[in-house]
Design a protein around this ligand. Sequence first.
Ligand SMILES: C[S@@+](CC[C@H](N)C(=O)[O-])C[C@H]1O[C@@H](n2cnc3c(N)ncnc32)[C@H](O)[C@@H]1O
Length: 387
Amino acid sequence: MPRADFSEAQRNKKDEFYTQLSDIEEELRHYKTHFKDKTVFCNCDDPFESNFFKYFAMNFNHLGLKKLICTCYAGSPIAHTELKDLPLLKQNEKMPYMIEITEVKDYNDDGAEDLADIEYLLRNNENTLTILDGDGDFRSEESIGFLEEADIVVTNPPFSLFREYVAQLMKYNKQFVILGNMNAITYKEFFPLIKDNKVWAGYGFNKSMVYRTPYPNLLEANRKFVISKGRDPDEGYVKVPAICWFTNMDIDRRHDELVLYKKYNEKDYPAYDNYNAININNVNDIPQDYEGVMGVPITFLNKYNPDQFEIIALGNSRDNFTPNKDYVNPMKHLKDGSTINGGAINCVLAIRPSEQPINQIYYSADDVPYLIAPYARILIKRRKNEN
Ligand SMILES: C[S@@+](CC[C@H](N)C(=O)[O-])C[C@H]1O[C@@H](n2cnc3c(N)ncnc32)[C@H](O)[C@@H]1O
């Protein structure tokens, strides 16, 4: 693995960002009842080295799991680093492998069921560890075979393959809890799943997470954040912002009602110029007495209760909504006074201010003097039966 700055790693589709055990514990404690008698599959996780594997192996009995399956991907830099001196792994150095566990006991008689027992199991029961025929790609026939057997998939999948990863989970109708970037909400493949209540936000939403990576962390502010979280940036820890857990399993917070206390008025809630809805800049400002469509920041999903609100569309591209007008010859006015083509305004929600915006990017067109494009807005409506 070539050494590179980790932000460059994200740009270059390098996917080695390992989740900390504490982050996994913090989220999964809310899902305990879902795991009883279930087969869990971690399909982007170096068995033994991954904290997802460790979490489920250590909590196997506590959660009442039926089976845990974990597979890794060829070429992963951390595979084979923790499970030392296992003859099968020595003979198949760097080969991807699979661990399958159906029982965890106090095999080593030390009074606790822990990772030492898992290691004992792997050393003494040759059925638990298998070298894969293929490369461990989650899309491979072999991996899909395990997916079909599984009830629930839990992992942090490769960022660069998030769309494909989710599409596969949906195709095979699996329950899941996975990590992803908040921006995924705006993907044309992912947003419809959110809109149709097939996927929703978990507990951890828009979090700055500290991951371990093989890439050096050279950014001062990032290093400071990592240190503030008790980790050493020189040991490969980095902050990655805007991370969310996504799931399709029912969780309590999805039923919490958002308390609305503001009243609608035309001044504070301007209507869009190209869509029949009002603009709201802060989720807490959603008025309690407005019955029509409202555009809210995507962080709304952190408060979304499908019994209280309906998601209509996403005002960030024509893939996700249809504006009701086209501006003629639109221009974009940059802060330094220069102008460029402003065609983008025809693909997003637009507000029409009465005066020329100052110190702000704005648009104009042959038929409109000034337009402002707020950041991506989810278009929502209160449910009729809601009081
Ligand atoms: C974001 S990392 C997360 C690793 C682990 N799930 C965790 O959270 O600690 C994604 C992992 O997926 C692996 N990966 C990349 N492409 C893959 C693929 N096509 N199939 C399976 N795993 C893949 C990478 O090697 C990397 O270890």
